[in-house]
Design a protein around this ligand. Structure first.
Ligand SMILES: Cc1cc2nc3c(=O)[nH]c(=O)nc-3n(C[C@H](O)[C@H](O)[C@H](O)COP(=O)(O)OP(=O)(O)OC[C@H]3O[C@@H](n4cnc5c(N)ncnc54)[C@H](O)[C@@H]3O)c2cc1C
Length: 300
C-alpha cells in the first residue's frame, strides 16, 4: 500500500485519503474505514488511479453519493473511488447529452428542464450521481434512467469503451453493469419538450416526494425492491415490522421500506434488521424480499 501511495503522489491529481471513514460518504452515515479513498480530478486521473491499483493488485469500488450503500463496520479493503469531480455536462444537437458519472442527477435534471429536454423529470429528487443512477437503473413513477441512455462509457484503467443501450440489460433497479468496469459517463438521448411544461412537472414531482418521503433520520431510500405485483412496504407492514428496532436502527414508522439510523446505529444493526424483516415477510407472505441497497465490505 505504501508503494502505491507513493506512486499516486507522483502524477495523480485529486484527493488521496487513507483510513477514510465511509460513514462520512453514505446517506446512512454508516461504514468503517476505506483503506484508500480517492477523488480523481479528471478522467485521466481516474485512468491513472485504476492503472496503479491494477499494478498493485488492489481492488476498487466506485461510488457516487453513497445513497444506496450499506458499508460494513469493518469498512472496505482496497480503494474507494468517489467520482464527484467528474462532473462535466455537454449539450449536443438533437437532444443528445454527454454527461460524466459524477454529475449530480438533480443538477442534470434541472438543466435539462431549463433547456427543454424531457425524459428525466420524474427522477427529480433522487439524491444520487449519474454513475450510481446508471448502475442502479434508478427509477421513479413511470421513468427509469436506462430509458434515456444511448451509450454508457466504461473504463478499467486500460482505456475507455462504450456500450450501446442494447448491450446493457436494464431492468427494474438493475443494469447488469456491476463487475463490467467503472462507469465514467454516458450519452443520453432526450426529447424536445416545452421548458415551461418540464419546469411544472419537475416542481410537481419534488412536491410529491416531499409529501410521501417524510422520514426522520439517516437512511438510504427503499431497502427492498418491490416484488412483482406487490409493494415491499405493504408486505413489511403486514408482517408487523413497522417501527421494529435493533439498537438505533429502526424500520421507519413513516415509510416502512426505509430503515433509519436514529443516531448511533451500527451497520451490523441495520443488516440484522434487514434479515429480520426478510424472515418476517417470508413467514407471513411467503415472499423473499430482495435487497435494493448494495452491501459493501461484508463477508458472504
Ligand atoms: C432519500 C432517498 C430517496 C431515494 N429515492 C430513490 C428513488 O426514488 N428511486 C431510486 O431508484 N433510488 C432512490 N434512492 C436510492 C439512490 O439514491 C439511487 O439508487 C441512486 O441512483 C444511487 O446513486 P449514488 O450516486 O448515491 O450511488 P452509490 O450509493 O454511491 O452507489 C450505488 C451503487 O452503484 C455503484 N456505482 C456508483 N457509481 C458508480 C460508477 N461510476 N461506476 C460503477 N459503479 C458505480 C456503487 O458501487 C454501488 O454498487 C433514494 C435514496 C435516498 C437516500
Amino acid at each position: 500500500m505504501q508503494e502505491l501511495l507513493e506512486n499516486l503522489q507522483i502524477g495523480f491529481r485529486g484527493e488521496i485519503l487513507t483510513h477514510e471513514p465511509m460513514s462520512a460518504h453514505t446517506s446512512w452515515k454508516l461504514g468503517g474505514p476505506a483503506d484508500l479513498f480517492l477523488v480523481p480530478e479528471s478522467r485521466s486521473d481516474l485512468q491513472l488511479a485504476l492503472r496503479l491499483l491494477r499494478q498493485h493488485r488492489q481492488p476498487w469500488l466506485a461510488i457516487g453519493n453513497g445513497t444506496n450503500l450499506l458499508v460494513s463496520d469493518l469498512g472496505v479493503r482496497g480503494a474507494v473511488i468517489q467520482l464527484g469531480k467528474l462532473n462535466k455536462i455537454e449539450f449536443l444537437s438533437g437532444g443528445k447529452i454527454e454527461v460524466e458519472a459524477g454529475v449530480q442527477l438533480s443538477q442534470l435534471i434541472k438543466l435539462c428542464c431549463q433547456q427543454g429536454l424531457g425524459g428525466l423529470e420524474e427522477l427529480s429528487g433522487i439524491p444520487g450521481m449519474v454513475g450510481g443512477a446508471l448502475l442502479m437503473n434508478a427509477g421513479a413513477l413511470e421513468t427509469e434512467i436506462g430509458n434515456s441512455v444511448s451509450q454508457i462509457y466504461l473504463t478499467d484503467g486500460q482505456g475507455e469503451w462504450a456500450l450501446r443501450r442494447d448491450q446493457v440489460d436494464f431492468a427494474y433497479r438493475y443494469s447488469g453493469l456491476e463487475g463490467r468496469g467503472l462507469i465514467s459517463g454516458a450519452r443520453l438521448q432526450l426529447k424536445k419538450v416545452d421548458p415551461v411544461v418540464l419546469a411544472a412537472q419537475r416542481r410537481q414531482v419534488l412536491k410529491r416526494r416531499k409529501e410521501v418521503q417524510r422520514v426522520n433520520g439517516a437512511h438510504a431510500g427503499s431497502v427492498f425492491k418491490n416484488p412483482p405485483g406487490e409493494k415491499a412496504w405493504q408486505l413489511i407492514d403486514k408482517a408487523g415490522m413497522r417501527g421494529v428496532r435493533k439498537g438505533s436502527a429502526e424500520v421507519s414508522t413513516e415509510h416502512c421500506n426505509h430503515i433509519v439510523n436514529q443516531g448511533d446505529a451500527s451497520a451490523a444493526d441495520v443488516l440484522e434488521l434487514i434479515r429480520a424483516v426478510q424472515q418476517a415477510v417470508l413467514r407471513t407472505s411467503g415472499i423473499r424480499l430482495e435487497l435494493e441497497v448494495r452491501l459493501v465490505g461484508w463477508e458472504e
